[in-house]
Design a protein around this ligand. Structure first.
Ligand SMILES: *Cc1c(COP(=O)(O)O)cnc(C)c1O
Length: 379
């Protein structure tokens, strides 16, 4: 059998990209911003179908950074962040010289825990500072507890930045992820559900904020004939070529969501009769996940654990990865405050992300299945 590497999540061309890229080249729009960027923004605004406005940027990380800038987060301010996430959720806090305050996950969605969130807010206020923002993540495409989390944020008057990098196509109570926060963000990095090769978007709810984000993202140029600047500028705008790729990709977004959800069902079926392994599943129908990645928890025993399963996949040239290592355990972040009770630690110990790309072929699935069957039969 062909033993080519099976990856966790790969980008895949839709076939519709070339036309947009070609047009950009022919019309000499080979720069940041341009007609493809405007069209990409409108298409995403239509997709979200809310009062959400999109500023297309060069990455999801830039989008989080600009959200903090727009919220006026400055040196010494405190920003709460879900601990279990990719480092890009938290790094922009440090770009601003602000202080991250990490909060544990809960077991239903693996996202920020409402109880520890409120405990953290109360304690920070008691210590003298109300946090300026809360960064919450829809991890692996699974919506966080939107109602509970937003009720707490409202109660204390704290803004939410909704990190929806992994959750384009997911929804909560029928409303699309990305449209809940004071700001939301998407990522179109190569491994996400659709790609622009590299890119991101900031979601806001007013024309003024959208324009302000684009102003910052294009070097904060004041109205003047010469270049004049009265604020710090950033080079964060999406390129017109990348937006062309994005327009082609948007046409297959629904199809990609469908594929990833089918892959999730494929894994559920395999693991149905294997004891000690749980495939992550949304708690109820309010939580619609794009299942960007299918994840499992492996209960360790004397014969096997998460790592031995990962190595069995690796031996078959199949890429799997542990869950995100919580931020409060990362060398760069461990000195900052943390509120929780080791839920994220335990998930990290037992959790594994399985190959979930929408281009996983029938043969690929057979190879994945064979590894699982052999591993659990003989151990
Ligand atoms: C991918 C990702 C980001 C960052 O997006 P980039 O476009 O790669 O900068 C932020 N947060 C989470 C949770 C992500 O998975």
């Amino acid at each position: 059998m062909d033993n080519k590497r099976i990856y966790l999540s790969l980008s895949e061309e839709s076939g519709f990209e070339q036309e947009y890229i070609q047009k950009a080249l022919e019309t000499n729009w080979i720069t940041s911003g341009g007609p493809n960027v405007d069209e990409f923004e409108s298409a995403l605004e239509n997709y979200l179908n809310e009062k959400s406005l999109i500023s297309a940027l060069n990455s999801g990380t830039s989008a989080i950074h600009l959200a903090l800038v727009l919220l006026g987060v400055e040196k010494g301010d405190e920003v709460i962040c879900q601990s279990m996430t990719f480092s890009a959720s938290a790094n922009p806090i440090l770009y601003q010289g602000a202080i991250p305050i990490f909060v544990d996950s809960e077991l239903d969605t693996w996202n920020i825990c409402p109880e520890y969130l409120e405990a953290a807010i109360k304690d920070r206020i008691k210590k003298g500072k109300k946090p300026k923002a809360i960064i919450v993540v829809h991890l692996y495409g699974n919506p966080y507890k939107v109602d509970e989390i937003h009720a707490i944020a409202d109660k204390y008057g704290i803004s939410i930045i909704e990190d929806s990098a992994e959750a384009l196509g997911s929804s909560y109570k029928g409303k699309k992820c990305g449209s809940f926060g004071d700001f939301g963000i998407f990522s179109f990095n190569g491994n996400k559900i659709i790609t622009t090769s590299s890119g991101g978007a900031l979601i806001s709810n007013s024309k003024e904020l959208k324009d302000k984000a684009i102003f910052y993202a294009t070097q904060s140029k004041d109205e003047a004939i010469h270049y004049q600047h009265s604020q710090i500028g950033y080079n964060y705008r999406m390129s017109n070529i990348c937006a062309g790729i994005g327009l082609g990709q948007l046409k297959v977004l629904d199809k990609n969501v469908d594929s990833r959800r089918k892959i999730n069902s494929f894994y559920k079926e395999i693991f149905r009769n294997i004891e000690g392994v749980d495939v992550f599943e949304s708690i109820n129908e309010d939580y619609f996940s794009n299942y960007w990645l299918t994840t499992i928890l492996v209960e360790p025993n004397k014969n096997r654990n998460r790592e031995s399963l990962r190595l069995a996949f690796e031996k078959a040239n199949i890429e799997c990865r542990p869950l995100w290592k919580p931020m409060h355990l990362q060398p760069i972040f461990e000195k900052y405050p943390y509120y929780g009770n080791k839920i994220a630690e335990k998930l990290f110990e037992k959790g594994l992300c399985l190959p979930s790309g929408s281009n996983l072929s029938v043969e690929d699935k057979d190879r994945v299945k064979e590894v699982i069957i052999n591993f659990f039969e003989y151990k």
